[in-house]
Design a binder for this molecule. Structure first.
Ligand code: NAD
Ligand code: UDP
Length: 336
């Protein structure tokens, strides 16, 4: 059985669905700090398969041990963690405790139960601002500018150390680019608690009328239209990448770092235009000052994922816009 930590969250819920559809046995764990159990209720309906999900906090070792006692877990896909960059600057201790200490507790319990396979959610943020795109996995990391990014960098190093100490341990460290979109059913999707920090949920909430207009953070970057370029990837493609990654973790040992991106960059204004075109809606926007800490361009070299996992992203930016809108327009208040 595969344990999915943070399984109720945005990427976790889509990955649970992809695993169930691939015929895997799944158990999910979440403390619901940034999600609602309703997401997993919907996953069960979409997959037409019940599966166990437990309310537990990563840092609660007793609760984790109970989960490992109840289920025969051979691999962990580890999503659970806090992810808001701005909040991490205000609350560094919460981020180090939740993300770093929580993962150390999880790894200790895995060791005690002889579970030696992990797929970990890292982020393109570990590349920092010093590396040119397209970003390759061998570029230097660690020049990160905020505590959230540092937790990802530290956890990559910790997992590499665990692999070095135990030759049977297998860790696949997936560096995600910008996950967007939703399952094509429109039943599950991204449900930010407050005003969204990220571009696509912000655009969707403007289009649905929850927010009045998008602030475009800077149009004076060194890019063709002056706005920031990112590598947006459909969350269902990301989820299928995890199915491949966990299969790969079963076949090999040691630490492997793999980008999950499309290899294509899209600017803020291109994404706004694609969203309007794909969905026949208007997204009013105004140019605002740059957001501190933003890089101008960030997109993946996606060759290693293709070579090692046999995985490439399939969905276009228009698919991402259509599915984000499908979810948002059917669930204007999210899971509430
Ligand atoms: P999310 O917040 O939707 O999901 C994370 C889940 O983990 C939530 O359901 C939350 O309740 C749970 N959680 C948090 N702390 C926990 C704890 N201590 N114990 C148990 N559960 C806990 O976020 P997401 O977008 O699905 O991201 C999943 C992972 O991918 C995170 O580790 C995130 O840092 C990483 N990541 C996300 C992005 C992105 O843009 N969404 C990009 C790169 C990396
Ligand atoms: N962005 C924007 N307005 C917003 C949110 C984001 O113009 O309300 C821009 C941001 O400056 C960046 C891009 O959209 O160029 C993607 O930002 P997001 O926060 O989604 O991802 P990240 O910066 O973490 O890659």
């Amino acid at each position: 059985m595969i344990l999915v930590t943070g399984g109720c969250g945005y990427i976790g819920s889509h990955t649970c669905l992809a695993l169930l559809r691939a015929g895997e046995e799944v158990a999910a764990l979440d403390n619901y700090s940034n999600s609602k159990p309703e997401a997993l209720v919907r996953v069960q309906k979409l997959a037409n398969r019940p599966f166990p999900f437990e309310e537990a906090d990563l840092r609660d070792e007793t609760a984790l041990r109970r989960v490992f006692e109840q289920h025969q877990i051979h691999a962990v896909i580890h999503f659970a963690g806090l992810k808001a960059v701005g909040e991490s600057v205000q609350k560094p201790l919460e981020y180090y405790d939740n993300n770093v200490a929580g993962t150390v507790t999880l790894c200790r319990v895995m060791r005690d139960f002889g579970c030696k396979r992990m797929v970990f959610s890292s982020s393109a943020t570990v590349y920092g601002s010093g590396n040119p795109s397209p970003l390759t996995e061998d570029m230097p990391t660690g020049q990160v500018t905020n505590p959230y990014g540092r937790t990802k960098y530290m956890l990559e190093e910790i997992l590499k150390d665990i692999c070095a100490a135990d030759p049977e341990f297998s860790a696949v460290l997936l560096r995600y680019f910008n996950p967007v979109g939703a399952d094509e059913s429109g039943q599950i999707g991204e449900d930010p608690r407050d005003i969204p920090n990220n571009l696509m949920p912000y655009i969707s909430q403007v289009a649905v009328g929850r927010l009045s207009r998008l602030a475009v953070f800077g149009n004076d970057y060194d890019t063709p239209d002056g706005t920031g370029i990112r590598d947006y990837i459909h969350v269902s493609d990301l989820a299928s990448g995890h199915v491949k990654a966990v299969e790969y973790a079963n076949r090999q040992t040691g630490a492997r770092i793999i980008n999950l991106g499309t290899g294509r960059g899209t600017s803020v204004l291109e994404l706004v235009a694609a969203f309007e075109r794909a969905n026949g809606v208007k997204v009013p926007y105004a140019i605002s000052p740059r957001r501190p800490g933003d890089v101008d361009v960030c997109y993946a070299n996606a060759d290693k994922a293709r070579r090692i996992l046999g995985w490439t992203a399939q969905m276009s930016v228009d698919d991402m816009c259509r599915d984000s809108w499908h979810w948002q327009s059917q669930n204007p208040e999210g899971y509430r």
